[in-house]
Design a binder for this molecule. Structure first.
Ligand code: GDP
Ligand code: MN
Length: 389
């Protein structure tokens, strides 16, 4: 009935009215589609990622234009329980995120990184650098190496992706020299800044496909090339290598080695007692004669005749060479930039992991080596910044 009435009306309609209506319709369609379509695509170009990790919160768009029309932003689905984390990460093609807070660039770090023989196409690198003069210099030096590797180097050397962040807060201390870094009075502010740097780096780079996170400090200049797969083989939630330092022994007149990273430790009753007497914002520090903790330091447990596969449970960890299952971070463990059970930064992270039910481990006989600039500083300043170093 309604249709019949409509057709009757159409027949009666003036042809010029019909033409006018059609022209209007065409104008409306053109107005709706073309100008808004192009502005949407240019707006999206600013926020969409070129790959799924940069930044992980933005939609990944393969192509913005299809036949002149912009395609709608895709919906990405990731099944986190299909992200495997196994003791054979190479066989299972697991993605590794290598994270490095960097205040200075050392060629030895880059050369060592290049020698890692875990497939580079499964490795994403993430860096965060301060925005001061030293940070600018380090960024320039880093970018030069990245260009060389990613553009001109052999295919097998190229990493899956590389993310560089510049931090939005200042470094805590003006000088990065080892003697200045290790003064006790500088520690709280310095480690708060370090925590924020690590958190910023972690929260902006951890992708939905990341299986493992390797924390590798910018001054680690020597490690076994199989570092990643070696640490993963232990199948621990968090596992730390033993960080040592090579130096020239003045007495013996030859090169020697000494323990470096004291943040890998097992807790002690003394430390617990010290903590009980502290104010809520105070933190325990390791490696200072003024604050004897009598903790068991993994750095000092190295046994040259021991088994390289020996593992010990830890209560505090350092970040020099630390492999973490990504789910530990995803579940919420980060680097507290405040006193957390009187612990901060990497040591606070170990505590937070433990509160999540994840046990940190360390390998006392598996060594990596830290750059050495203290011998120079000591000969100039005549000062030993930190006990035992
Ligand atoms: P130490 O070896 O325990 O004295 O600690 P480092 O000074 O070497 O710091 C640990 C890591 O953090 C190294 O990779 C440094 O390059 C880096 N780092 C130190 N301070 C800052 C900072 O203010 N900002 C950033 N982004 N990285 C830093
Ligand atoms: Mn260091």
């Amino acid at each position: 009935m309604a249709r019949a009435m409509g057709s009757v009306r159409l027949k009666k309609a003036n042809p010029s009215t019909l033409v006018l209506g059609a022209v209007l319709c065409i104008f409306i369609i053109i107005f709706l589609i073309s100008p808004s379509g192009s502005s949407v695509s240019s707006r999206l170009a600013d926020v969409t990622a070129n790959h799924h990790l940069s930044p992980p919160t933005s939609p990944y768009r393969k192509s913005s234009l299809k036949g002149g029309k912009s395609s709608p932003p895709p919906v990405s689905r990731y099944d986190l329980n299909k992200v495997t984390v196994t003791p054979q990460p190479m066989r299972n093609k697991e993605h590794i995120l290598v994270l490095t807070p960097m205040s200075r660039f050392y060629q030895g770090y880059w050369d060592n990184l290049m020698k890692l023989n875990y497939p580079h196409e499964l490795i994403t690198l993430g860096f965060i650098l301060p925005k001061d003069r030293e940070g600018n210099e380090a960024t320039a030096a880093l970018q030069k190496q990245i260009q060389r590797t990613q553009k001109r180097g052999p295919e097998k050397d190229r990493f899956k992706s590389i993310i560089i962040l510049r931090q939005d807060f200042d470094p805590a201390i003006a000088s990065q020299d080892e003697s200045e870094r290790h003064k006790m009075s500088n520690q709280k502010a310095r480690r708060e800044v370090m925590s924020k740097a690590r958190n910023s780096l972690l929260f902006t780079t951890l992708g939905p496909k990341t299986s493992w996170v390797l924390w590798l400090d910018a001054d680690i200049v020597e490690s076994p090339p199989s570092l990643i797969q070696d640490l993963a083989a232990f199948d621990k939630d968090l596992i730390s290598a033993n960080c040592w330092q090579k130096y020239y022994d003045e007495d013996l007149k030859k090169m020697s080695e000494r323990p470096y990273d004291y943040n890998n430790w097992q807790d002690s009753e003394n430390a617990q007692e010290l903590a009980k007497k502290m104010g809520p914002d105070d933190i325990l520090l390791e490696g200072y004669a003024e604050m004897p903790t009598y903790r068991t330091l993994m750095a000092k447990m190295y046994d040259p005749t021991g088994d390289i596969n020996e593992a010990m449970p830890l209560d505090g960890v350092g970040g020099t060479a630390l492999l973490v299952k990504a789910e530990v971070h995803r579940d919420g463990a980060m680097f507290p930039p405040f006193s957390f059970y009187h612990l901060i930064e990497t040591e606070g992270f170990a505590k937070m992991a433990k509160r999540l039910g994840k046990q940190p481990w360390g390998l006392p006989n598996y060594k990596v080596f830290h750059y050495n600039d203290i011998d120079l500083a000591r000969s100039v300043l005549g000062e030993e910044g930190r006990e035992g170093r």
